[in-house]
Design a protein around this ligand. Structure first.
Ligand SMILES: Nc1ncnc2c1ncn2[C@@H]1O[C@H](COP(=O)(O)OP(=O)(O)OP(=O)(O)O)[C@@H](O)[C@H]1O
Length: 354
């Protein structure tokens, strides 16, 4: 169930919506994702440490017959935070309420959600780092004392009427744990950090998804798609759906290695998982600016994009892959960037004679 007002999202980038390897999902995609979500903890692939820890927290709470401590899940988009929140509710046999930081515009919105919670329910707050300050303060009290102060009246005549809440569990998700104020972070009894998946784990995600979609996926194709998925199950599942389209329309329905390669060529996702924007950034950096350093704005103009798009959509992965570096003087191409473009790696600066 969705609660909270319409989402006002200031972070939408023009490029992001059309990229296959962008880690965030839009609404239509979320519907396609829903069918592929693992429902129980033992179906959730990878993230062994977080899974083990969470399993203990949940089993202990179930054994005591009490709502578990509040849970904070942090990590980059598309790694399974929402899925885990749903799993937590399912494992507890509780119902789940879903809202997000940006959907809660006023403390009153949150008070309304909290005061309608029933005993043992799980409240999932996505992008919890984007809650407004007054809502955050209300949440501290609700999480710690299971109480919300309902303000009646205005100005000098206003008074707070305490309303006690039944025990419930907040599951907060954030891509930016560092932005959470310490008092809010401290109210979570358990924090799980999700990391990027390795290729073997992504292959398992793909094999499971192909089974659910009822498509024949060759193991070599699964490995190929996994290696281009940037360590992210959401991207793996998205590429799988595109390979399925290709196999259906241009192939024989089989998701073979050849089908995977042909489909990903059509969608311009290269063997390392880079897309058109990523490659144009590398290309501009190496060919036009001799490897840099070059400022973000200049680089963005060279590739015809907004600086914010380059910084938030392309750069994180390029930096993580060791293709580019960020220095105080701007962006620089690292040797693997030259190699990826098939260009000779220039000698390090200051080396006159090779
Ligand atoms: N460990 C996993 N095993 C199998 N599938 C997974 C796993 N993690 C994520 N997925 C799949 O990846 C997709 C994205 O997962 P999810 O929506 O939970 O990510 P998220 O971290 O909440 O992303 P965001 O921060 O953008 O909301 C879902 O379709 C889900 O089925």
């Amino acid at each position: 169930m969705e609660v909270g007002g319409a989402e006002e999202d200031g972070d939408v980038e023009p490029y992001g919506a059309e990229s296959l390897v962008r880690p965030v999902a839009d609404e239509p995609e979320r519907a396609a994702e829903a069918a592929l979500r693992p429902r129980r903890l033992d179906e959730f692939v990878g993230q062994r440490v977080v899974r083990d820890q969470l399993s203990l927290v949940l089993q202990a709470a179930l054994g005591r017959g009490r709502a578990p401590d509040h849970v904070l899940l942090s990590g980059p988009p598309g790694l399974g935070k929402t899925t885990l929140a749903m799993i937590i509710a399912a494992e507890l046999g509780a119902s789940l309420r879903v809202t997000s930081g940006p959907a809660i515009q006023h403390a009153g919105d949150l008070a309304a959600v909290l005061s309608s919670l029933e005993e043992g329910e799980v409240l999932f707050i996505d992008e919890i780092h984007r809650l407004a300050r007054p809502a955050e303060e209300l949440l501290y009290v609700a999480m710690e004392d299971f109480r919300v102060d309902v303000i009646v009246g205005k100005g000098a005549g206003a008074s707070a009427i305490p309303l006690s809440l039944p025990p419930f569990t907040v599951v907060g998700a954030t891509t930016r744990a560092g932005l959470l104020p310490a008092p809010l972070r401290d109210r979570f009894g358990f924090t799980g950090h999700l990391d990027f998946y390795d290729d073997a784990e992504l292959e398992r995600v793909l094999v499971r998804s192909a089974g659910l979609l009822g498509v024949p996926l060759d193991v070599t194709a699964a490995a190929e798609i996994a290696s281009r998925s940037r360590g992210t199950p959401r991207i793996a599942n998205r590429l799988l759906r595109r390979v399925r389209d290709w196999a259906q329309v241009r192939g024989d329905g089989m998701l073979s290695l050849a089908a995977a390669r042909s489909a990903l060529e059509v969608y311009e996702v290269d063997e390392r998982g880079l897309d058109r924007l990523d490659r144009s950034v590398l290309d501009a950096l190496c060919r036009r600016f001799g490897g840099g350093p070059v400022g973000l704005t200049t680089l963005a103009v060279a590739v015809g994009e907004e600086p914010e798009t380059v910084e938030t959509v392309a750069e994180p992965f390029l930096v993580r892959e060791g293709l580019i570096g960020r220095t105080s003087r701007g962006r620089v191409a690292l040797p693997p960037a030259w190699e990826h473009l098939g260009l000779p790696v220039p000698p390090p600066a200051g080396t006159l004679f090779g």
